[in-house]
Write a protein that binds this ligand. Structure first.
Ligand code: 2AM
Ligand code: CA
Ligand code: CA
Ligand code: CA
Length: 264
């Protein structure tokens, strides 16, 4: 399998999809809701996913595609070459802010993450990795993450974590928020993961993510030594939603043991 060839092709269709999305702002978006009133999807999410699927299928019809908007065929195993794609990660940012949304793609071969991409569509910034070769931010190699102390860490966390809730011991989260150097919340999981792998954040946590939110990011994570698990410390299963944490390796365990503690 020629990974370099697939890598070049993947970058080409990501850049082309990005150009198409940027021109979409010149005409009307059709915004609908999915599981709840804040779970948005637009015609551009669907059109972008369809565009990517058609390109991938014409590149190699044996490649399988799992996409958030379900525009492809049903895929129930990671056998062969499987693309896990999120055409727009951060749809609410796309609709409301016209920035801070990503195209996220992970390419797996027989279940092993080989190529990962997170593309900031408006900034035209690409974070990507080739398994065992390295990771890059545009043309610059990403370095292995250097150790950081909790007191110096900047973490991506949503404000809802400090309110009483059914899932997490929120008093421990309050303690964490007081202890760290700062917190951020960007509204795009892929963007926050891209920031962790490039050292712009030291950790990011989420109550519930799906395979396409993290498929690309976890492949980049491995190359820089970031640790990605669910909040029980286990590897992510690519067919279900789950809790999620990605962190600098020096604080991952401490975050899970002391601060981000789930109820049983
Ligand atoms: P999305 O924009 O592709 O849906 C903040 O909402 C982050 O969580 C985004 O990365 C978003 O991805 C993701 N997310 C996952 N599940 C979601 C849901 N049910 N509703 C809204 N956002 C969701
Ligand atoms: Ca969505
Ligand atoms: Ca997403
Ligand atoms: Ca999406």
């Amino acid at each position: 399998m020629d990974l370099q060839l697939i890598d070049q092709f993947a970058k080409n269709i990501i850049f082309e999809a990005g150009r198409r999305i940027r021109t979409a702002f010149t005409y009307d978006l059709v915004v609908e809701t999915k599981s709840n009133a804040n779970d948005l999807v637009t015609n551009i999410d669907r059109e972008t996913e369809l565009f990517l699927i058609e390109k991938i299928k014409s590149f190699d019809s044996t490649h399988k595609i799992i996409g958030e908007e379900g525009m492809g065929e049903k895929v129930d195993s990671l056998e062969g070459v499987v693309w896990i794609i999120d055409p727009i990660d951060g749809t609410m940012n796309f609709v409301k802010q016209h920035r801070h949304f990503m195209i996220s793609i992970g390419i797996f071969v027989d279940g092993i993450g080989k190529l990962g991409y997170i593309f900031d569509v408006m900034r035209e910034d690409l974070f990507y990795a080739i398994e065992g070769v390295g990771a890059w931010y545009n043309d610059s190699p990403l370095r292995k993450l250097q150790p950081v102390k909790i007191e110096e860490a900047v973490i991506g966390i949503n404000a809802s974590w400090v309110a009483p809730n059914r899932h997490i011991h929120h008093e421990k989260v309050i303690e964490l928020v007081r202890k760290v150097r700062g917190t951020r919340s960007y509204g795009s999981a892929a963007m926050e993961i891209a920031f962790v792998v490039s050292g712009k954040l030291d950790a990011y946590v989420s109550m519930r993510l799906s395979p396409w939110d993290i498929g690309g990011g976890t492949i980049i994570a491995k190359e820089v030594g970031a640790i990605a698990t669910n909040l029980r410390g286990e590897g992510f299963d690519f067919f279900h939603q789950d809790t999620f944490i990605i962190a600098n390796p020096s604080i991952h365990q401490e975050l899970l043991e002391k601060y981000i503690v789930q109820y049983d």
